[in-house]
Ligand binder design. Structure first.
Ligand code: GUN
Length: 280
């Protein structure tokens, strides 16, 4: 068997086309403010991709590019200003922040209704409790890719590798809400024990080609969240795609899998945040 490719670009396009249609019908244009501190090249690329996509869809976007010497107080002042501006519907602080800044404190300061990343404790709490709130974009994208396969998730054993607040933990909670049995693995886990039992494997580790064929159950669905730089400077996932594709039933490529979904759901969250604020 050779795995079918899950086309993230195509699924993301369906999401963004719908956002574009809805935005066109609104009286007020949604507005996303993106904050970038320092000069991390990957972060610069991500921010550029996000603001470009916003503009394509009719969403207004502002970039606030601050030097790496920005103080906690200065950044907090900016967040407070954006919180109180009625014209701003979504606020995104690109992570990681420079080491001297308190990331958790900054995230907690963003108004939960403008927290389009879904990282605020209120939104994470709602997710855990199964209440409606802004969902983190990458986990939401992973679920949408799984949905696109048409395979029922109910009763399946899902293994998530990685326990970050941004990807691993929220993805595990969303899989649980779809009635999967969920195992969360991390750097101390015995991967060779858990992974071969996964009907659904989500890799969010951050190590190039860590997951080889021996860790894959025949017919598993494999979602690769990894974005690592390969030896030749190209983007490579956490999964050894060429080795795994003959064993999986479905697999996401890198690039063109999860990446476009993250941006698509950020646009969707900005639209939803805008609509909720206009309705108040
Ligand atoms: N850094 C890596 N992923 C993300 C993300 O989804 N949002 C933000 N703000 N920063 C990130």
């Amino acid at each position: 068997m050779v795995a079918r490719l899950i086309d993230g670009k195509q699924v993301a396009l369906q999401v963004t086309e719908e956002v574009k249609r809805e935005v066109a019908g609104l009286k007020v244009k949604p507005c996303l403010d993106v904050v970038l501190v320092g000069d991390n090249p990957a972060s610069q690329t991500y921010v550029r991709m996000k603001t470009k996509k916003a503009e394509e869809l009719g969403i207004v976007s502002h970039s606030h590019v601050l030097p790496s010497t920005t103080t906690q107080q200065e950044l907090e002042q900016l967040i407070k200003k954006l919180n109180s501006s009625r014209d701003v519907h979504g606020i995104l602080v690109q992570l990681p922040l420079p080491k001297h800044l308190n990331e958790q404190k900054i995230i907690s300061l963003i108004s939960p209704e403008k927290d389009v990343d879904g990282f605020h404790p209120v939104n994470m709490g709602k997710l855990l409790r199964g209440e409606k709130g802004l969902l983190p974009c990458t986990p939401n994208g992973v679920m949408s890719l799984l949905d696109s396969t048409g395979v029922s998730l109910e009763g399946k054993h899902a293994v998530v590798i990685g326990r970050s607040n941004i990807v691993g933990k929220p993805t595990a909670v969303l899989l649980l809400s779809k009635n999967c049995t969920v195992t969360v693995c991390h750097s101390k886990s015995k991967l060779e024990e858990h992974c071969p039992r996964a009907d659904i494997l989500v890799a969010a580790i951050g190590k190039a080609k860590m997951i080889g064929a021996s860790l894959i159950k025949q017919g598993a669905i494999v979602i690769d969240v990894g974005t690592n730089k390969g030896a030749d400077g190209k983007l490579v996932g956490d999964v050894d795609f060429d080795a795994v594709k003959s064993k999986a039933s479905f697999i996401t490529p890198v690039p063109g899998g999860v990446g476009p979904m993250t941006v698509a759901f950020l646009m969707r969250n900005t639209l939803e945040a805008c609509k909720a604020q206009l309705a108040k």
